[in-house]
Write a protein that binds this ligand. Structure first.
Ligand SMILES: Nc1ncnc2c1ncn2[C@@H]1O[C@H](COP(=O)(O)OP(=O)(O)OP(=O)(O)O)[C@@H](O)[C@H]1O
Ligand SMILES: [Mg+2]
Length: 255
């Protein structure tokens, strides 16, 4: 459950000057795997993630999730964006419960789940707070809980911590590592941030500038469970040097 498979996937946005956002992308993500997608702005990272989410249609190739074709959004593929678009008139607990309540699930069925998720993301004391009373990091934690409430098989994250300050981002990294460790959900994580990619992922796919292709893959050799202390690990520094060299080479090629 939670496997994602791209075969020769292309995506062109039509228009007077069509934009080739993805070109023959091949990518397989296994059950429970944590894959980071790293690349320069505009290389097609969000496009790739949006295809898995079912928000966009591809132009060529095939894309499957758990062996079935992806054609529309579904609760088994939850998305977390840079800004958690919370409903401002609902409390934290009500925001998390929004999905199941829209699906007309019985309250008794999801109520214990909401409590468990509030605990998992460290917001028990803020269950009745309104989004306006939360910090950016807390709002993003609600966003993660809201994604997890549907028991997704895959968590699709598009620069989820990009707007947070360094300190908050670090605590979110630890939180995500803990959540992933305890739930075993497949994660596709889009980022610009090399450190973040190495710290979190099992595998890093580097994309070239437009038209977006995956040009390089790195299996991260940091032991699990991970912690932010590993930022100074020799393996971490080795990976970072390799990725920076790869990205510089890709930039030169593009120039
Ligand atoms: N709806 C759209 N219509 C037309 N072109 C689009 C659309 N969405 C994205 N593009 C174009 O496709 C290319 C890839 O965009 P995408 O948003 O996937 O990049 P990205 O890697 O996520 O960039 P960033 O890191 O800045 O978020 C860009 O050139 C962008 O202008
Ligand atoms: Mg993007």
């Amino acid at each position: 459950m939670g496997t994602i498979r791209f075969r020769e996937v292309g995506k062109t946005y039509p228009g007077k000057e069509p934009v080739v956002a993805l070109d023959r992308v091949n990518l397989e993500i296994g059950e429970g795997e944590f894959v980071a997608l790293l690349g320069p702005s505009g290389c097609g990272k969000s496009t790739l993630l949006n295809l898995v989410a079912g928000f966009e249609d591809m132009t060529s190739g095939t894309l499957s999730f758990n062996g079935g074709a992806v054609s529309s959004p579904g609760p088994e593929r939850a998305v977390v964006f840079q800004e958690a678009a919370l409903l401002p008139w609902l409390t934290v607990a009500q925001n998390i419960a929004f999905g199941p309540s829209v699906q007309r699930k019985a309250r008794a069925e999801y109520e214990p789940k909401i409590r468990e998720l509030l605990r998992l993301v460290g917001l028990e004391r803020f269950a009745d707070a309104l989004p306006s009373q939360l910090s950016g990091g807390m709002r993003q934690r609600v966003g993660i809980a809201r994604a997890l409430v549907m028991d997704p098989k895959a968590l699709l994250m598009d620069e989820p911590f990009g707007a947070l300050d360094a300190q908050t981002r670090m605590s979110m990294h630890q939180l995500l590592l803990d959540v992933w460790q305890s739930l075993g959900t497949t994660v596709l994580f889009v980022t610009h941030d090399i450190d973040e990619a190495i710290l979190l992922a099992d595998r890093i796919c580097i994309m070239s500038a437009r038209p977006g292709r995956i040009t390089h893959e790195i299996a991260v050799e940091l032991r699990r469970p991970r912690s932010v202390d590993q930022l100074t690990d020799p393996a971490f520094i080795r990976h970072k040097a390799e990725i920076m060299a790869e990205m510089r080479a890709a930039q030169k090629e593009h120039a």
